[in-house]
Ligand binder design. Structure first.
Ligand code: GLP
Length: 250
């Protein structure tokens, strides 16, 4: 695992956009998994700037949202579809997002699962980490071999989205997520975290035992994971973990 620690949100955004561009330059037909959340917003703004000024072409890239709420209306504020429309409208060859209007029993969910499977191994899966250690919507309790599926959201995760949906009551109780097993099939994984509130869970995910209690800890079992952290999010890592940083580029 690589741990890259940068000064602040701005540096994190630049580096994350850079890693996305590298993956697409390496394979213009790349299949990429993308998260929502506050963390990637600045990175997506930088990436959008690079696409719009012609620095990178994304017309052949196939992108998949790593998760979505279920049982909200289509395009309702707070859904991941609304997030991508607002923050990453770059003209990917395809951007597949589960239909947030679907309910758990809907065949649409099975179809999304089938599409991710048919896309094969992702070239790059980008992730954030929830305060409880979730990746995508793999909440605590998620097994290492869990697959794309419908999940019950924890109260903590629902509360984190109350503002975006307008109220806690409006946040759906369920979501659909790529499974931990699907994420681990990716050739490369980039996890971003910023801010002091993430410091304890980041340290636990990187240095604690790999277990379903902290789904992000399963990433320890993948050979090509980059943790991209700002100083605040890295502040509870041990000296040994900080030494795992690659040397600065010259
Ligand atoms: C959300 C999403 C995740 C995201 C995480 C962190 O609930 N389902 O995909 O990575 O929580 O969000 P944030 O970056 O806002 O802390």
């Amino acid at each position: 695992m690589r741990i890259e620690i940068v000064a602040d949100e701005k540096a994190l955004a630049l580096r994350a956009a850079d890693i996305l561009c590298e993956a697409i330059r390496r394979n213009p037909h790349a299949v990429i998994g993308l998260p929502t959340g506050d963390t990637p917003k600045a990175a997506y703004a930088e990436f959008t700037r690079l696409v719009n000024n012609g620095a990178i072409g994304v017309g052949a890239v196939r992108a998949f949202a790593v998760d979505e709420f279920l049982g909200a209306g289509s395009g309702v504020s707070g859904t991941n579809a609304a997030f991508f429309a607002a923050h990453l409208d770059v003209g990917f060859g395809a951007l597949r997002i589960p239909d947030s209007a679907a309910d758990a029993a809907d065949s649409h969910v099975a179809r999304f699962s089938e599409e991710t499977r048919a896309a094969g191994s992702f070239d790059l899966c980008v992730l954030g980490i929830g305060a409880n250690g979730h990746i995508a919507f793999n909440e605590p309790g998620s097994a290492r071999d869990s697959r794309t599926r419908v999940v019950e959201l924890t109260d903590a995760s629902r509360r984190a989205h109350a503002t975006a949906f307008g109220s806690l009551a409006a946040v759906p109780a369920r979501g659909v997520t790529l499974g931990v097993g699907d994420i681990l099939k990716s050739r490369a994984i980039l996890v971003m975290a910023q801010g002091a509130p993430k410091a304890a869970i980041v340290a636990r995910a990187i240095e604690g035992a790999a277990s379903p209690d902290v789904p992000a800890s399963w990433l320890q079992t993948h050979a090509n994971v980059t943790w991209l952290l700002d100083e605040a999010a890295a502040s509870q890592l041990s000296i040994e973990a900080r030494r795992a940083q690659p040397p600065p580029a010259v």
